[in-house]
Design a protein around this ligand. Structure first.
Ligand code: B12
Length: 209
């Protein structure tokens, strides 16, 4: 899997070539490893080249937009499992990771409800309470949000109830791995590892004679 080939195709732009590259890799390896080992490093490389003045903001927007297009081609259909909400924290516009998380939860038997970027906690709490949501996966993209995140999560759980599981991840946590989640909540920064964790939270069917 080559980050350089990915970026060469995206910057041309050759969206069909890009889709073919990704779909071939997905067929060989599965979607989640390709997200983690190709798409994520490619976007990080965009950030690095931008910092070095090798790419412009417009180039970054192009690669991000094409990555989102390609993701919609790879993404699996929702399952009929229980709803799991996927959202970015209120200050986070980095939504590509959340799209991948949504796929990871789908592959674990949940029915992902992807809310996307900048989701206010009040609205997230209201939605989860109204629908009896049992799993929320949150993506934190900006390290500055981590300072206030724990009390916000505590309030979310108070509002929705103790049965709701919360898994927190995202680029900010990969860059700042020392952050501690409130008790009873999980931190996971890998979409490859996420299905194993999320499966454990699936409600166990009650057997009635
Ligand atoms: C693209 C991009 C943007 C785009 C995003 C568009 C979009 N549609 O998403 C735009 C232009 C909006 C943007 C804006 C900004 N950005 Co920006 N951006 C990036 C860039 C280049 C790539 C991000 C990305 O998509 N990565 C790929 C995805 C797939 O990675 P990911 O989100 O980490 O997700 C992976 C894992 O973390 C995991 N995951 C994600 N969430 C979760 C959740 C769970 C539960 C689990 C299990 C796993 C998981 O799954 C994914 C697959 O592996 C990065 C560079 C970098 N080094 O990351 C900077 C970067 C993230 N941005 C940065 C900054 C500073 C900004 C701005 C403040 C710039 C500005 N001055 O305006 C704004 C802030 C906007 C905001 N409030 O969020 C900094 C953040 C530093 C920090 N403080 O934390 C970075 C690191 C660049 C840098 N080196 O400075 N950005």
């Amino acid at each position: 899997m080559s980050v350089d080939s990915y970026l060469d195709l995206a910057l041309l732009p050759d969206v069909e070539g890009l889709a073919e590259l990704v779909l071939d890799q997905v067929a060989a390896l599965g979607a989640l490893p390709v997200y983690e080992r190709l798409l994520q490093p490619a976007l990080e490389e965009v950030g690095r080249r931008w910092e070095n003045d090798e790419l412009t903001v417009a180039d970054e927007h192009l690669v991000t937009a094409l990555t989102e297009q390609v993701l919609t081609r790879v993404r699996r259909k929702s399952t009929s499992g229980p709803i799991a909400v996927v959202a970015c924290t209120p200050g986070n516009e980095h939504r590509v990771g959340a799209m991948m998380v949504s796929d990871a939860l789908g592959s674990a038997g949940w029915n992902p409800m992807l809310l996307g970027a900048r989701t206010p906690f009040e609205d997230l709490a209201a939605l989860c309470a109204a629908r009896g949501v049992q799993l929320v996966a949150l993506s934190v993209g900006i390290e500055e949000e981590l300072g206030v995140l724990a009390p916000q999560l505590e309030r979310l759980r108070l509002r929705v109830g103790p049965d709701m599981h919360v898994i927190v991840g995202g680029g900010a946590l990969r860059r700042q791995p020392g952050w501690h989640a409130p008790d009873g909540m999980s931190v996971c920064t890998s979409v490859v590892d996420l299905p194993g964790i999320a499966r454990e939270f699936l409600p166990v069917p009650v057997w009635t004679p």
